[in-house]
Ligand binder design. Sequence first.
Ligand code: GSH
Length: 203
Amino acid sequence: MQLYYAARSPFARIVRVALIETGLDAIVQKQEVALYSLESTLLPVNPVGRVPTLILDDGTRLTESQLILNYIDTRHSGPKLLPRDGSDNWRTLSELGIAAGLLDGIVAWSRLTRPPENERSPRVIAWETARVNRVADELETAVADGGYSGPINAARITLGCALGWIEPCMKLWKFRESRPALSAWSDAITATPSFQATLPPPL
Ligand SMILES: N[C@@H](CCC(=O)N[C@@H](CS)C(=O)NCC(=O)O)C(=O)O
């Protein structure tokens, strides 16, 4: 198998962490690619031009981090990253939705702040800013109440990759302020070997 990734991509990091956690990492070749470039070696493989992109041994192409997690779960015998039988009372699925929403929100917000100031839309930026803060406030309560705990799973990986992207790549958001439980949660998962092995280089 071959994984196309970018070192700073939180979506690709979800898959990279999942491969390590499930013991599949050794059988996957990694190819780092440029994004937002017509010269990128990714484009002939995936016209969408996004990472992660995983090519299976028979040539099948898988894209979208959460879909790839579904495939990974069919390839290992450990506890499922994303149980699909309700055996956890759908807790992982429920937590994953909010973590994925946070990640989408952070990335959307970050993209809106990149153009020169006179080309930005303050109204849309305000909406995205409010969204991520609302979600982070709920997550602060959730982790303080024992949410996102237990063995590694899709929700924990996704939340870890979302929070782990903020300080290196989205410096303007001080997500830790007034959120001690979420900060401690982020520090704990960042210290684990799979997260240490995939740290995004700072911008
Ligand atoms: N929904 C996708 C999002 C993937 C995504 O947006 N990846 C970014 C890197 S963080 C990318 O490849 N951007 C390049 C582009 O949009 O052209 C997933 O979960 O895999």
